[in-house]
Design a protein around this ligand. Structure first.
Ligand code: NAP
Length: 258
């Protein structure tokens, strides 16, 4: 299928690995030029080198996207982006009793206020040009809480509320905003969570992974490529009527009818 977005420009935040890289790869395959961000230069440049093989332009901006300075650097490099993929590392796991105000502020900055600030900066240009696509990578924890990820549950719920209203304010101007909600995907992030389970419960990492997979109807972790393909579709010309949705990609893990 021709996604109809060849020649557009996308910002992909936190895109040197994992789900962000999956999105960047699918967009590059569709002919979209990229402004790719992550903190560490080595993996970022390596990812950019691979993405350029699709024949698209890839600018790299090595910075922390959760800081105002980092956001300004990425926005300056992008100029007038047509597509914005918001992403950042997830907050650490823990117990409800572990977290102080400062922990919540950090999580809110990374997983709620950063995507909101990026949207605030990019939406006016998209509205002026009459076309834009915004994807926020959130989590299945928005639909069904993951008890050990209280910081994530809280921050992502706030972003989801913001998107629900804002998506409807800009839809009439050709701009769509949607959230993608990953369940367990085979990335460094899930490997770190499995390592923490294995340590806390005295299991091997393979046992921790098998335990988690047993709770997923699909019986496996998702892949970044599957995730990226959905991102590229939501950014395509065909997805203009999909507005303010929360799309679960979880192998059936969230046990709900709707
Ligand atoms: P990942 O494999 O660990 O990759 C994270 C990417 O983000 C890397 O490219 C990393 O590069 C970059 N990054 C992290 N913090 C950053 C920052 N402050 N500024 C700029 N770049 C940053 O993670 P993932 O699995 O793709 O997860 C992506 C998001 O989805 C996370 O928020 C995660 O919580 C959420 N999620 C993931 C899963 C899953 O199963 N994988 C499930 C639910 C939700 P640098 O370290 O070089 O910056």
């Amino acid at each position: 299928m021709d996604l109809g977005i060849k020649g557009k420009t996308a910002i992909v935040c936190a895109g040197s690995k994992g789900l962000g890289l999956g999105c960047a790869t699918a967009l590059a395959e569709a002919g979209v030029d990229l402004v790719l961000n992550a903190r560490n230069v080595g993996p970022l440049e390596q990812a950019a080198k691979e993405l350029r093989k699709f024949g698209v332009k890839v600018q790299t901006v090595a910075c922390d996207i959760t800081t105002p300075e980092g956001q300004a650097q990425v926005l300056e490099a992008a100029g007038s982006p047509d597509i914005l993929v918001n992403n950042a590392g997830g907050p650490p796991p823990g117990m409800w009793s572990d977290w102080e105000r400062a922990d919540f502020i950090k999580a809110l900055d990374a997983n709620m206020l950063t995507p909101i600030m990026m949207m605030k900066a990019c939406l006016p240009g998209m509205i002026d040009r009459g076309w834009g696509r915004v994807i926020n990578i959130t989590s299945q924890s928005v639909k069904a809480p993951i008890a050990a990820l209280g910081l994530s549950n809280s921050a992502r719920a706030g972003l989801t509320g913001y998107v629900a209203g804002t998506a409807r304010q800009v839809a009439g101007r050709g701009v769509t905003i949607n959230n993608m909600l990953p369940g367990a995907h085979a990335t460094d992030r899930i490997a770190a969570l499995d390592a923490s389970i294995s340590q806390n419960q005295g299991k091997t990492i393979a046992q921790a992974e098998a335990m988690r997979c047993a709770t997923i109807p699909a019986g496996r972790y998702g892949t970044s490529a599957e995730f990226g393909a959905m991102c590229a579709f939501l950014c395509s010309q065909h997805a203009g009527y999909i507005v303010g949705q929360n799309i679960l990609l979880d192998g059936g893990g969230v046990n709900a009818t709707l």
